[in-house]
Design a binder for this molecule. Structure first.
Ligand code: PEP
Length: 249
């Protein structure tokens, strides 16, 4: 059984003290649910604070928003996988659309990061998704297949099962305009087919892009979605506790 996964991407918000305050509010209002996990991706400086606050809650996990592929060295400003792990990370976002489109990260760099994350025994959350121009040009599936191929090529089924895929159409991130559950499901099915052809069986496929309290019910009713990756709506601890409690058993 694939457990539902709710992932919070805090982007460049919530420093260590804010993160502790957030979890002081969140933890008492969210008891573990057997069918789901909640992962937090704080800024790197807040990773240790988050990891400490959630210690003892196996349903919760801390992760890093980006990594460098080298394990150490002269890469000013970058964070290596072993350093993130030492701070408490057990997962890493890779290829988030802001890394690709704001910072110019290439498919080749994304591939190196996925391997570094797997090598460090963290769970990679590989983000894929098309721009508005690509959607309008009807190349969504082509783009997503290319990103999957670049990021995951050569990995066997068992390894692919350790990866999480987040389908995040670029035009839906931070815009207030989410994909419909039906549109997301079309892409999710393609992703699942791509994975199963390579022997994967339980890889989780999340949807991300303007998910909030108003649309989460409808999105999760679509069984192709194994969960969601959420930016803006994850920043308020009370709202997030409510969102991650959606679709009770
Ligand atoms: C994201 O950062 O991955 C994201 C989906 O952001 P938002 O929920 O704000 O669209």
């Amino acid at each position: 059984m694939r457990r539902l996964l709710f992932a919070a991407n805090w982007k460049m918000h919530l420093g260590p003290a804010d993160a502790r305050g957030y979890l002081d509010a969140f933890l008492p209002s969210y008891a573990p649910h057997a069918d789901r996990e909640v992962w937090f991706f704080p800024p790197a400086v807040s990773l240790e604070a988050v990891a400490r606050a959630i210690a003892g809650r196996p349903d919760l996990r801390a992760g890093i928003q980006d990594v460098h592929w080298e394990p150490k060295g002269a890469f000013t400003g970058a964070v290596a996988v072993p350093l993130a792990a030492q701070a408490g990370a057990r997962a890493a976002l890779v290829g988030h659309s802001e890394r690709r489109h704001v910072f110019g990260e290439t498919d080749a760099e994304t591939a190196r990061k996925v391997r570094a994350v797997l090598g460090g025994q963290l769970a990679p959350v590989l983000c894929v998704g098309e721009t508005l121009a690509e959607r309008e040009g009807r190349t969504t599936i082509e783009v997503v297949r290319r990103q999957l191929g670049a990021g995951l090529d050569g990995l066997d089924g068992g390894t692919l099962d350790r990866v999480v895929i987040a389908y995040e159409p670029v035009w839906a991130i931070g815009t207030g305009r989410n994909a419909t559950p039906q549109d997301a499901a079309v892409v999710h099915r393609e992703i699942r087919e791509w994975l199963s052809k390579r022997g994967a069986g339980v890889t989780r496929v999340l949807y991300g892009g303007s998910v909030n309290l108003k649309n989460i019910d409808e999105l999760l009713r679509e069984r192709e979605l194994d969960g969601v990756l959420v930016g803006g709506a994850s920043l308020d601890p009370d709202g997030w506790a409510q969102l991650v409690s959606t679709r009770e058993l």
